[in-house]
Design a protein. Structure first.
Length: 151
C-alpha cells in the first residue's frame, strides 16, 4: 500500500515549483491595469530569463525579440515561471511560451502554444516545437507561427 511519502513523489520538484510559480503569477496579475500588466509582465519575464543558464537565456531573449517583433500587441508575462505571451485585456489568454531545456532537464528547449492559439491545420497539428538552434529559417518559422497564433 502506498504511503503518504510515495504519494508526494507524484510530481517532480520542477513540476511542483512550476505550479507554485503559476499561483504567484495569477495572484500578482489580479488587479493590475493593462499598463501595469504589460510593464510588470515584462519585468517578470526578464527576471525569469535572468535565472536561466546562459544558453537558455540567450535563446529565450532572442525568442522574446522575435515574438515582440512579430506581434507587438502580445503581453509579455510568465507562465508557470516560463517566458510567455498573452492577448491583451483583463482575461488575456496565454498564446505562446518558451520552455527552456534546463527547466525539466531535457535535451531541447521548446516554443509552445496554448489552445487559444490559432494554429489549426486540418484535423491534427503540433502545439509545441523543439528548438535546438535559432537559424534564420527557424526564427522566421517562429515569427510566422506567432502571427498565425494571434490571428
Amino acid at each position: 500500500m502506498p504511503t503518504r511519502r510515495d504519494e508526494d513523489k507524484v510530481f517532480s520538484e520542477a513540476e511542483r515549483a512550476a505550479v507554485a510559480a503559476t499561483a504567484r503569477e495569477r495572484k500578482a496579475a489580479s488587479g493590475r491595469s493593462p499598463e501595469e500588466e504589460r510593464a510588470e509582465g515584462l519585468q517578470d519575464l526578464r527576471e525569469a530569463l535572468a535565472k536561466m543558464p546562459p544558453d537558455d537565456r540567450a535563446m529565450g531573449e532572442r525568442i522574446h525579440d522575435i515574438v515582440t517583433g512579430a506581434v507587438p500587441a502580445l503581453v509579455p508575462k510568465t507562465y508557470y515561471g516560463m517566458p510567455a505571451y498573452a492577448t491583451e485585456g483583463k482575461n488575456g489568454k496565454v498564446l505562446a511560451f518558451f520552455k527552456p531545456k534546463s527547466k525539466f532537464k531535457v535535451r531541447y528547449s521548446t516554443v509552445g502554444f496554448q489552445p487559444d492559439a490559432r494554429l489549426d491545420d486540418g484535423p491534427m497539428w503540433p502545439t509545441e516545437f523543439a528548438v535546438i538552434e535559432l537559424t534564420p529559417a527557424v526564427e522566421q518559422r517562429i515569427a510566422d507561427l506567432i502571427r498565425k497564433a494571434a490571428d
